[in-house]
Ligand binder design. Structure first.
Ligand SMILES: *[C@@H]1O[C@H](CO)[C@@H](O)[C@H](O)[C@H]1NC(C)=O
Ligand SMILES: *[C@@H]1O[C@H](CO)[C@@H](O)[C@H](O)[C@H]1NC(C)=O
Ligand SMILES: *[C@@H]1O[C@H](CO)[C@@H](O)[C@H](O)[C@H]1NC(C)=O
Ligand SMILES: *[C@@H]1O[C@H](CO)[C@@H](O)[C@H](O)[C@H]1NC(C)=O
Ligand SMILES: *[C@@H]1O[C@H](CO)[C@@H](O)[C@H](O)[C@H]1NC(C)=O
Ligand SMILES: *[C@@H]1O[C@H](CO)[C@@H](O)[C@H](O)[C@H]1NC(C)=O
Length: 343
């Protein structure tokens, strides 16, 4: 080989190697690159928050599936771009301003949106989120500065199965439209400033319901007797009336918290669900006796203090775990761990 051709040959090899390396790098980039519309939407979200430092990894020249707090689906094929399915804005007190609904709605494959402890994010819940009606199944807006109502348009997001709007500044009543959501099984509206009553058909199938620490009133809808709840927390509201139908021998109920309300019913004849784990009834106007069957259950928590119960505290089983604070301030309860009954 002549010297010049050797040089040419080497140059070709180097070029091929370089091209291969470049292609591999491009492939790696493409692998983590998301749909261009999703990338533009994410950059619009970043810009809406004034390009806050939270979004430092969200830069146009890097693949967006690698950006912090962004998740993508697996790519369907080497030729289709990955879609952004999750975005979370968490633990940042410096993020401020309204939720950029229009930009978020441009993430047309979004399944999970999580805001948790971003107290500077304020304004109301934007209607644009309803454009994600077919994809958004998990929505957390927790510990933010968001105010205004629980919008009735949330029911248009038919894909939604998990909705937590706890610890915000939401006011007004619970919209009856939420009862129309076909996939909703988890609803947490706790720690807001909600008023009014619980819509009768709020949840209709197996469900978790958290409404604690609001200003809700009225009684528990009789329709709830037919719903298979796993957890119900209605504590710290202004509810009254009978809620004993939430209990019942064959229910799947695991946790019930009715504490700090004005519920008033006779506990004596109530059948407790077999699998019940925790029963918090303190600070109500509940009367009658503690059902003897508590001794046969695997309760991990029981508190019936500050009611109008009477009779002997049942003894045996897990009952030994519960100290007098769980039974104090009742009308006529007696027996260990309370003082002995008078003959
Ligand atoms: C955020 O950065 C982008 C790109 O540098 C810029 O076009 C946009 O105007 C910035 N937005 C704000 C609100 O500063
Ligand atoms: C957000 O991104 C940061 C930085 O990568 C990470 O430490 C944090 O765990 C992420 N949080 C969530 C909820 O994705
Ligand atoms: C949101 O917070 C900003 C300050 O960060 C304030 O200027 C603005 O009025 C607030 N908006 C609402 C709707 O509370
Ligand atoms: C989402 O909303 C659009 C426009 O209102 C509607 O055409 C579509 O059927 C809805 N999809 C689902 C799954 O609800
Ligand atoms: C509570 O119900 C029991 C029967 O389950 C009954 O014997 C008792 O009189 C009732 N107590 C009150 C105050 O109505
Ligand atoms: C039971 O509830 C009362 C009243 O809220 C409270 O003072 C007490 O600490 C509770 N007991 C336990 C063990 O949580």
């Amino acid at each position: 080989m002549r010297a010049s051709s050797l040089v040419e040959h080497c140059a070709t090899v180097v070029a091929v190697v370089l091209l291969a390396a470049a292609a591999a790098a491009a492939a790696a980039r493409t692998k983590d690159e998301c749909h261009s519309g999703d990338k533009a939407a994410l950059l619009a979200i970043k810009s809406a928050f004034g390009n806050a430092s939270y979004f430092n990894s969200w830069t146009p020249d890097t693949p967006c599936c690698e950006w912090a707090n962004v998740s993508c689906d697996g790519s369907a094929s080497p030729y289709t771009a990955r879609r952004v399915v999750g975005v979370s804005l968490v633990n940042d007190a410096s993020l401020a301003g309204p939720l950029p609904g229009a930009a978020i709605a441009r993430l047309t494959a979004l399944q999970q949106l999580v805001l948790n402890y971003v107290p500077g994010v304020n304004g109301s819940i934007p209607r644009d989120l309803t454009r994600l009606n077919a994809t958004l199944s998990f929505l957390d807006i927790i510990s933010t500065g968001i105010s205004g109502p629980v919008p009735s348009f949330l029911s248009e997001i038919t894909a939604l199965s998990y909705l937590s709007l706890s610890s915000n500044k939401l006011t007004g009543s619970i919209p009856a439209s939420l009862a129309d959501m076909p996939n909703l099984y988890f609803l947490d509206l706790g720690y807001n400033r909600l008023t009014g009553t619980i819509p009768p058909q709020l949840l209709r199938k197996g469900s978790y319901l958290y409404l604690s620490h609001n200003k809700l009133t009225g009684s528990v809808p009789a329709e709830f007797a037919a719903v298979n709840f796993w957890t119900i927390d209605l504590s710290y509201n202004g509810f009254k009336g009978d809620a004993s139908f939430l209990l019942g021998a064959n229910k799947p109920l695991l946790n019930l918290d009715l504490s700090h309300n004005a519920f008033s019913f006779n506990l004596s004849g109530v059948q407790l669900p077999e699998g019940l784990n925790s029963l918090e009834l303190s600070h109500n106007e509940i009367y009658g006796d503690i059902p003897e069957m508590v001794v046969d259950m695997m309760l991990n928590y029981l508190n019936v203090s500050y009611n109008r119960l009477s009779g002997v505290v049942p003894a045996g089983g897990n009952m030994a775990w519960f100290d007098q604070s769980c039974f104090q301030h009742n009308k006529g309860l007696c027996g260990s761990p309370l003082p002995p009954c008078k003959q």
